[in-house]
Design a binder for this molecule. Sequence first.
Ligand code: UD1
Length: 430
Amino acid sequence: MDRIRIVGGNELHGVIPISGAKNAALPLMIASLLTDDTLTLENVPHLADVEQLIRILGNHGADISVNGRRERQGESYARTVHFTSRNIVSTTAPYELVSKMRASFWVIGPLLAREGRARVSLPGGCAIGTRPVDLFIEGLTALGASIEIDGGYVNATAPAGGLIGGRYTFPKVSVGATHVLMMAATLANGTTVLGNAAREPEVVDLAKCLNAMGAKISGQGTSTITIEGVRSLSGARHRVLPDRIETGTYAMAVAMAGGDVILEDTEASLLDTALEAIRRAGAEISDTNNGIRIVRDGAGIRPVDIVTDPFPGFPTDLQAQFMGLMTRSSGVSHITETIFENRFMHVQELARLGAKISLSGQTAKVEGVSRLKGAPVMATDLRASVSLVIAGLAAEGETMVSRVYHLDRGFERLEEKLTRCGAHVERVSD
Ligand code: UD1
């Protein structure tokens, strides 16, 4: 199994190309099941989760081709992928496939809308809390679906004439349930109004693509989304938006290691709250014509408190990385996680590098230390694993991160992107 070896101490200087967002690419790919026409997605990141979803969509009958010509983007490759689901050959998403990635559960929306039924295994994915599916079930029920859970599967059936537009207000903000209900409602009879919807940029990106396919969605980016059902959707061509989590991760890596780096093909407006926290920690951040420049020279890292929240708040997917940064701050910071109840598995691994962190409920108290020392550590989930890389960049000596398949789920060519900026990071295959 591959491991990542980091020798800390080098500053970062150069350019890092930011990939298309994993969390946008996945729902966009799933949206291709809504039409018998071809959906072409540009800027699709090459990640284990994307490959897994390609297998899942293939199981439902999608014909998928990746452009032979790869679009060059610095050292990274953004691929153009064509999805054509002329016929849905199976409305069942089996346990073996869905358990590997939670987002694959989301096929329930398009399958139900287009075929009138879906049988989808309860999901797996990152071990960060219980992550139930009650909101999906309540929401789809509000569109007229009958749903029962049997033997680990969710069996959903639409009324004879198809789903019916309805009103549903989420009791809690959910990105995934917003994606699914928005997709399902595009083909429903009548108008659907979703209240307390997620406002994440990936939701806006999905709405934009669905509208290009002929859907009638408005209000995306606000907490009320209105979807007027249409009879059918057509193909379209859509470019996946930049990955704000990857952007924030590299910004934090530069803030940690010091240096001067341009993050290319991204937008500061996708992550204002996180960039503000990094600025308060002592880095200078400015816009360039195609991205963001981040500089930290000489000055130490200041302690900053953060609380994770749905967009536009501080993203939970950057919480672990920010904790990595705070381990070297000059004081005490508090990091509060409000989205997932068990998202502190990186704490004990960061402690192996010499970090001083104590947990009290959903808040971590991080007492900055003047030095971290390299050690063997284990990746526990996707975002936690990259916090160990960030800490390793500033640790003395060698940090060896095992279980890097977690990293490969969400970070395209991480070691290459960091190495090009002067870091000592390499993949070791046993
Ligand atoms: C998405 C992102 C993930 C990110 C998360 C929050 C993708 C592929 N994943 O995950 O990276 O960390 O948003 O920004 O885009 N909940 C329920 N019942 C439900 C659904 C969710 O209680 O039916 C809860 C969850 O347990 C969690 C909270 O709602 O506590 C938010 O989860 P949600 O926004 O749905 O996360 P995902 O869409 O799974």
